[in-house]
Design a binder for this molecule. Structure first.
Ligand code: ZN
Length: 185
């Protein structure tokens, strides 16, 4: 925890992958459907701690990376879709990604192919009322809704050759990000 660090005052932009089921977006690691509007994390520990998720020392919170996943990670599959989220509330920063309290999808990446998957992504984007954009434009589409986490605010990478999932291990830095999307609730 860096006391002197500046707080971010706008929503931050992160990137995730979901599993596409028809035109529905589902989390990869939990049975959790993402729908239009705000998605809020809850602690799933037994028993859950007080206060918001994420919390230091726990694994709760919505996970997101600082940069889009490699295009090859989803292009070759029939059901993985990448997208950008805007995040705010309690935000814990790790070397490659973050865990956040509140998030909403702000853009989805279109696959290269023209088949069923593309139709699914387009339908999902319509349901979420967000744009479906070519993968190379995902960062730009996200930045219309907030800012990328500045590199200087990210903890150092202790495993430089691994694209580790956000979460453990530490060090992590905890920030409060102001509700930059109040008008969209
Ligand atoms: Zn927790």
């Amino acid at each position: 925890m860096q006391d002197a660090a500046p707080d971010l005052i706008h929503a931050v932009i992160g990137f995730r992958q979901w599993r596409l089921r028809g035109s529905e977006l589902w989390s990869l690691r939990s049975d959790d459907r993402w729908q239009r509007g705000v998605h809020t994390a809850h602690c799933l520990s037994e028993p859950p701690h007080d206060g918001p998720a994420p919390q230091n020392g726990c694994t709760c919170g919505i996970y997101a990376w600082y940069a889009p996943p490699p295009r090859t990670a989803s292009a070759a599959t029939s059901d993985l879709v990448a997208g950008a989220i805007a995040a705010w509330g309690q935000v814990e920063l790790h070397a490659h990604g973050m865990r956040v309290e509140h998030a909403m999808v702000v853009a989805l990446a279109l696959p290269f192919s023209w088949g069923a998957k593309r139709h699914g992504v387009e339908a999902a984007a319509r349901d979420l009322e967000v744009p479906a954009v070519p993968a190379r434009r995902l960062i730009a589409a996200g930045r219309e809704h907030g800012e990328l986490v500045p590199r200087a605010m990210r903890p150092p990478d202790l495993t430089p050759n691994k694209r580790a999932a956000p979460g453990e291990p530490d060090p992590a830095r905890l920030y409060a990000v102001a509700d930059g999307l109040r008008q969209r609730r």
